[in-house]
Design a protein around this ligand. Structure first.
Ligand SMILES: Nc1ncnc2c1ncn2[C@@H]1O[C@H](COP(=O)(O)OP(=O)(O)OP(=O)(O)O)[C@@H](O)[C@H]1O
Ligand SMILES: [Mg+2]
Length: 330
């Protein structure tokens, strides 16, 4: 088995059943090739249905046409400084990570992009802590196309109205795949990865992925784990291997969990020690008691991130003002 072809970050040469969306995104951005302004885009849709894959695919096509493509995952670059620094880094103008003000970075951005044709993808755009960077980018005086991506249909709701009107994005909705479409997609990936496989095994994986909101990542993960089981006995992948794979809850969550900072784990431990449910004040006290290092503000940031990861949820405590109850999800 060649595992790399089942990796969720691998971008195949073709994206079956997203030809329409690829075409739509390409058409909107194409004006930059003639030194004109693109129509910016906001792409939304549920997890694992090809949003990031299409965006990276588009970057590749535009690079072939002489444009610069920049991909940023706002989960990792959340602030204006972080996003601008990352853009400059990808444009090969490294800036020191510390000690640059926003104004300096904006100037450096403006100077360094003169003469460029630029596509900027801001994936998971809802993770941005403030939207001012979008304003800066939308006002850049070069041929530029900005593509924002989110799971949340209303991710732009909180944006400043000037930001929204400067961006004026067209909206592209990615719908879920049917079972047959999932089968085609997974079969394509299976062909790359396995010397021998039984098509019914892929069919089962497609059906299971469909049940999980048509999440292709889920299907790929099933095939990967099933493939490892098949590999142990040197047999070709079959339906029993797929069936024997433990149900994987949420591969994206799984991936992020492994990337969590130690301090997030301390927050979770504190909540566990409080029988999985307690007010945020109690959890903070417990967090400090068991050695948490963050001050209250940092603690709140960890809590917010854990909520975004759907590892915990929060609820109002009636009659207690802004106090929240935190609950560990299973
Ligand atoms: N039409 C397709 N053809 C081939 N592979 C696909 C297709 N759609 C999705 N995939 C694959 O499925 C995996 C998940 O897709 P992707 O990362 O684009 O999901 P996403 O919509 O960005 O999800 P999230 O919101 O969780 O980030 C990737 O490996 C991607 O290559
Ligand atoms: Mg994505």
């Amino acid at each position: 088995m060649r595992e790399e072809y089942l990796d969720p970050d691998f971008i195949p040469e073709v994206l079956p059943h997203r030809e329409g969306e690829v075409g739509e995104v390409f058409e909107s951005l194409k004006p930059i090739l003639d030194n004109r302004r693109a129509t910016n885009l906001f792409i939304h849709g549920s997890a694992g249905i090809g949003k990031t894959a299409v965006a990276k695919f588009i970057i590749r096509s535009f690079r072939e046409e002489g444009a610069r493509g920049i991909y940023i995952n706002c989960w990792y670059q959340r602030t204006e400084v972080a996003v601008l620094t990352e853009i400059l880094r990808q444009l090969s103008y490294p800036v020191p990570r510390k000690g640059r003000s926003v104004d300096e970075l904006v100037d450096e951005f403006a100077q360094n992009v003169v003469g460029e044709k630029l596509i900027i993808i801001l994936d998971e755009v809802d993770a941005l802590t403030d939207d001012s960077v979008l304003y800066v980018l939308s006002r850049a005086n070069i041929p530029i196309g900005i593509v924002m991506i989110s799971n949340e249909e209303y991710a732009m709701r909180h944006f400043d109205s000037r930001v929204k009107s400067s961006l004026a994005p067209s909206i592209v909705t990615f719908g879920r795949y049917s079972v047959d479409e999932l089968f085609d997609i997974l079969k394509e990936r299976a062909k790359y990865s396995f010397k021998n496989f039984d098509e019914t095994a892929v069919k089962v994986a497609a059906r299971l992925a469909y049940k999980n909101n048509s999440d292709v990542r889920y299907g790929l993960n099933l095939l990967l784990k099933a493939g490892r089981i098949a590999g142990k006995t040197n047999s070709s992948l079959n339906i029993n291997h797929v069936r024997s794979v433990e149900v994987i809850q949420d591969p994206k969550k799984e991936k992020r969990e492994t990337e969590l900072e130690g301090e997030h784990k301390v927050v979770i431990e504190a909540l566990r020690a409080l029988k999985n449910s307690a007010s945020s004040v109690e959890v903070f006290a417990k967090y400090k008691e068991i050695g948490g290092k963050g001050a209250e503000r940092t603690f709140r940031k960890y809590v917010k991130e854990l909520i975004e990861l759907q590892m915990i949820k929060d609820e109002d405590i009636p009659g207690r003002g802004k106090r929240r109850r935190l609950i560990l999800r299973n």
